[in-house]
Write a protein that binds this ligand. Structure first.
Ligand code: IPE
Ligand code: IPE
Ligand code: MG
Length: 239
């Protein structure tokens, strides 16, 4: 029998969870293996966590898979990650209707290989009408790039640059703001992830390296979130 999953009341559940999946390389090293071994294990973790989030009732899950800064890694590792995205998407495409997820890819994809861009477009097209959790995969993503592209788009059309207008042009337009941001791997930083969208996110850092992060760890983070008092700059109601 599997362990009981704590049920969190909907009003205490984050609508939008964003995860910085960090620690693949260090985990591989601990295993005495090359970094590629860690990245492959990271994909398996991601798959489990997506299912757990969807079952828990999260509406939007954003996973940071490749940052703009990650282009500066050694070419061999970048190529490996690109091949891993392609093989993972090809495999996932075969079972896309499982859980009825709506897939979207966010980031600057100009530098990606045409094959990968086509796979991303096909995945988005095939899941567009699904009714389940929205899964945003951030690849080639940078929070500063996102804000800059939103402002540039307003400027091109001669529109006033207000906070609302910028928000409406971010790649996450239409989705709720990030409620809970999780970073695995022990670092206490957000590494240019969803800077604007996480303005009022609760930040959850844990030492677990991403390949070892399981459904149980996600449930722990969701329970921790349920106990937070969010004030958004106001005073608590009972004050
Ligand atoms: C995160 O793991 C995955 C990507 C950035 C693609 P890392 O590769 O950053 O692993 P560490 O931080 O070196 O352990
Ligand atoms: C953040 O992890 C990016 C992803 C998880 C995709 P990094 O490993 O690239 O972050 P830094 O370099 O330690 O800040
Ligand atoms: Mg890292």
């Amino acid at each position: 029998m599997t362990a009981a999953v704590p049920t969190i009341p909907t009003d205490q559940l984050p609508k939008h969870v964003a995860i910085i999946m960090d620690g693949n390389g260090r985990w591989a090293k601990l295993c005495g293996q090359p970094r590629a071994f860690g990245h492959r294990a990271g994909v398996r973790s991601a798959r489990k966590v997506v299912r757990a989030a969807s079952k828990a009732g999260v509406e939007v899950l954003t996973m940071f898979a490749f940052s703009q800064e990650n282009w500066h890694r050694p070419l061999e590792e970048v190529n490996l990650l690109m091949r891993l995205f392609i093989s993972t998407l090809k495999r996932e495409i075969a079972k896309l209707d499982e859980y009825g997820l709506v897939w979207r890819f966010i980031g600057d994809h100009d530098a990606f290989a045409p094959e990968l861009r086509q796979l991303m477009a096909e995945t988005e097209r095939r899941t567009r009408r699904n009714k389940g959790m929205t899964l945003l995969i951030a690849v080639g993503y940078g929070g500063q790039w996102d804000i800059a592209q939103a402002a540039a788009s307003l400027a091109r059309q001669g529109e006033a640059i207000t906070a609302e207008a910028i928000e409406s042009r971010l790649v996450t337009a239409g989705y709720p703001a990030v409620d809970l941001m999780i970073r695995t791997g022990g670092e206490l930083r957000i590494s240019n992830f969803l800077l604007w969208q996480a303005a009022y996110a609760e930040l959850y850092f844990c030492d677990t390296l991403w390949p070892e992060f399981e459904s149980r760890n996600l449930h722990e983070a969701l329970s921790w979130f349920a106990g937070r008092q969010r004030r958004f700059g106001r005073v608590p109601e009972a004050a």
